[in-house]
Design a protein around this ligand. Structure first.
Ligand code: SAM
Ligand code: SF4
Length: 488
């Protein structure tokens, strides 16, 4: 199961001389990184394009979280080799870069296996892209146009200086809903996960830098900002007063200090780092949306311990209860892994029980897949593939039913929807409800970026549809308890 994310990079329609195509795999952090790479390359004359065939430079911003991640990248590189050959026949060329977590994990192996690649860069070094492009251009300047032997550019350091100190402010036309990385890396070392190895140690950006970036995003058109981090609620950045601020305080400050910012979200949180200040922010900061992605992975303490999640099921229930007391209409999402080594039928039944008892508005669920180099990969009691398949189907049946019930409970209610972009049909826009549901409605283009109260009339597979022509009813926040009943 691969997640697909909306890509907020919009083609820059200017007379810029060169075209940049970025293909983004995986999580929101990669979507954010792709947008920042485009910002870093803009001063070199690169504007973004949506087709690789037109591109003077292609960046594959890769994800290592799923199985066969590297193989997918190598097959994409095969396609790019052909696109590049065509461009060269037409008298132009293409710089090819591989970025992100596969680049970090595979490093020089990519340059060895795929000589068409000019640059391999990790997630912590993309502020140095201009220098890498200059080196790659020189390396391609041999008479035959092929890369000079040994001149592939490899930069997968974890530099001591932070890339965030060197990134330009976001510019151009920003999406209505933008991402802002506030924290990166992870020190938790769950036994299934590659992130601590590919993204490095936990790091939090200073508050002043985050506020400046949030203001720049809003000035460029963003109305909603999702604060990002591999463990976003482990945030502990330097505040303007020199003390360490946690995420709850940062959220409050952004809500007060950034004019025009109408919605705030944050992801991904770890249950162990949900503190009182953050829970209180859910009750008290109106801009903080009532939706939380809080991965639990398993409903069995035995499995959680083997995963090194460092919390028990009881803690998850306690946190959810406190959150729902603070914000009764809070909608929850989660990540689940089935078939982690040693997971018995009893452990799996405990996961199903947790799902039934908590009630999720949506969730992501995955079969455990071995990530070489992680402790889980060498555990002896691996679960057979067929068992994983069967458990995943059972879990997804329950989660899907909950999602449908949650969405169905919206019919007849009025929700404030932030319009983000045109819909599939003419005269239609798509926006998001406070609970992150996509909502389609008849509306005009100038309304993009506005929050409009919509009466929900119908639900589709993954979205809602509404209109404001129907009689307007009470806003959903006035009747939050019934939402919980819908998924319980
Ligand atoms: N930091 C977040 C947390 O602690 O919950 C999750 C980050 S991870 C990038 C996103 C999700 O991918 C995880 O929550 C987990 O469910 C899933 N995942 C990570 N490694 C996996 C593996 N080896 N097999 C299956 N799913 C995996
Ligand atoms: Fe991976 Fe665990 Fe860190 Fe999340 S907390 S990024 S799952 S190691």
């Amino acid at each position: 199961m691969e997640r697909t994310r909306p890509d907020p990079i919009r083609p820059v329609e200017t007379a810029l001389a060169k075209k940049l195509y970025i293909k983004t795999y995986g999580c929101q952090m990669n979507v954010y990184d792709s947008a920042r790479m485009a910002d870093v390359l803009a001063p070199l004359g690169y504007g973004t394009t949506e087709t690789p065939a037109d591109a003077d430079m292609v960046i594959l911003n890769t994800c290592h979280i799923r199985e066969h991640a590297s193989e997918k990248v190598f097959s994409e590189l095969g396609r790019l080799r052909a696109a590049r050959a065509e461009r060269r026949e037409g008298g132009t060329d293409m710089i090819i870069a591989v970025a992100g977590c596969v680049a970090q994990a595979e490093g020089a192996e990519i340059l060895r296996r795929a000589p068409e690649v000019d640059i391999v860069l990790g997630p912590q070094t993309y502020h140095r892209l201009p220098e890498m492009v200059a080196r790659a251009t020189w390396a391609r300047s041999a008479k035959d146009g092929n890369r000079r032997r040994g001149a592939g550019v490899l930069d997968t350091d974890f530099p001591t200086e932070s890339k965030f100190d060197h990134l330009p402010a976001p510019a151009g036309d920003q999406a209505v809903s933008a991402f802002l990385a506030v924290q990166e890396g992870c020190d938790k070392f769950c036994t299934f996960c590659v992130v601590p190895y590919t993204r490095g140690a936990e790091f939090s950006r200073p508050v002043a830098q985050i506020v400046a970036e949030a203001r720049a995003l809003v000035a460029a058109g963003a109305r909603e900002i999702t604060l990002l981090g591999q463990n976003v609620n482990a945030y502990h950045g330097e505040g303007p007063d020199g003390s360490e601020w946690a995420l709850g305080r940062l959220v409050r400050h952004l809500a007060d200090a950034v004019d025009g910012l109408v919605r705030i979200r944050y992801t991904t949180s770890h249950p162990r780092d949900m503190d009182d200040e953050l829970i209180a922010a859910h009750a008290e900061v109106p801009q903080l949306m009532p939706f939380l992605h809080l991965p639990v992975q398993s409903g069995s303490d035995r499995v959680l311990e083997a995963m090194n999640r460092q919390h028990k099921v009881k803690l998850y229930f306690e946190i959810v209860e406190r959150l729902r007391t603070a914000r009764p209409d809070l909608a929850l999402s989660s990540d689940f892994i089935v078939g982690f080594p040693g997971e018995s039928e009893t452990d799996f039944a405990a996961t199903l029980k947790l799902v039934e008892e908590i009630g999720f508005a949506q969730a992501f669920s995955f079969k455990y897949s071995i990530r070489p180099g992680t402790p889980g990969a060498v555990m002896e009691n691996q679960v057979p593939e067929a068992v994983k398949d069967e458990r995943l189907q059972r879990l997804q049946a329950v989660l899907n039913a909950q999602q449908v019930a949650f969405n169905r409970a919206m019919i007849g209610r009025t929700l404030p929807v932030l319009f983000e972009k045109p819909g599939k049909h003419a005269g239609q826009l798509v926006g998001r409800s406070p609970y992150l549901q996509a909502v389609h409605a008849p509306a005009e283009l100038w309304e993009i970026g506005r929050v409009v109260d919509l009466r929900i009339e119908d639900i589709g597979h993954f979205s809602l549809s509404g209109s404001r022509d129907a009689p307007v009813q009470r806003a959903i926040h006035s009747n939050p308890a019934s939402l919980q009943e819908a998924v319980a």
